[in-house]
Design a protein around this ligand. Sequence first.
Ligand code: NAD
Length: 298
Amino acid sequence: MADRIGFIGLGIMGKPMAWNVMEAGYDLVVYNRTREKAEEISGDGATVADSPREVAEGSDVVITMLPDSPDVWEVVSGENGVLEGIEEGALLVDMSTISPVVTRELAEEAEGRGASMLDAPVSGGDVGAQEGTLSIMVGGGEEDFERARPLFEVMGQTITHVGPSGAGQTAKAANQIVVALTIEAVSEALVLGSKAGAAPEKILEALSGGLAGSKVMEAKREKFLSHTFDPGFRVELHHKDLGIALAAGREYGVPLPVTAIVDQMLGSLKVKGKGDKDHSTILTLIEEGAQHRIGEGV
Ligand code: NAD
């Protein structure tokens, strides 16, 4: 397996993922638009590069963990981008959540440069990134997948080769539908139960043991109950992800009616200035509709 790894995008997810790669003994070179974030990790042994191009030069594998499709496009294909510096035979692994269409276009560009690309978006949040227990959904060639597997095993626990280029992103879109709609459903359940007189923690306790129980309910429990909505996973990122899911639904002729409603709810939270809050803040929209804050007067 390759020993020099480039890592671009050291945010909530990228920083702990890069850290785990470094801890596993790989030689790491990093780049982030805000340089201080890259310098935080350089103190621990990584080299800081001045551009994505410089990261790619001399790296066997380049990993990107950026917010959205235009960011990945710019970093990979733009001026001083990864593809300007990528070595022949090197592997680009984009772990951001972006459009499957953009993914396939970039994979073709990488091929044109004698390199290859995997899409490998993740699920499991900041805690999964820190603990190295992410679920990683991979699209691309079998050989490239096997080549990257040891790296994936450092960052994640459930590693699935879903299919060809773009398939990882499609699986991630499916994941985001389930997570968003579940948060919305739990929010409705909590507000109804609470306004009708039941304690929110008791509602969660009762539901958790039955068919309605879910990882979402478990992971967001404290945020719901304490109304502390620091991220975690930001509203604006989930809004982006449902946009990707709706566009895929349109392309493939799959109506996604409830996804569309929750997409509008996330858009409304952004307008209210809550784009940088955790997605569990969907609860506050339901509370507003009911004019009831859960746990009050119960
Ligand atoms: P983030 O905003 O915290 O991190 C993104 C990082 O990329 C930042 O450090 C930013 O400075 C850097 N960046 C942005 N544009 C850049 C550019 N042009 N060049 C170099 N660096 C640039 O976001 P995040 O929460 O870490 O999410 C990253 C990706 O992972 C997103 O696609 C998101 O949807 C996905 N994701 C996030 C979570 C989560 O819980 N936060 C979970 C699963 C998947």
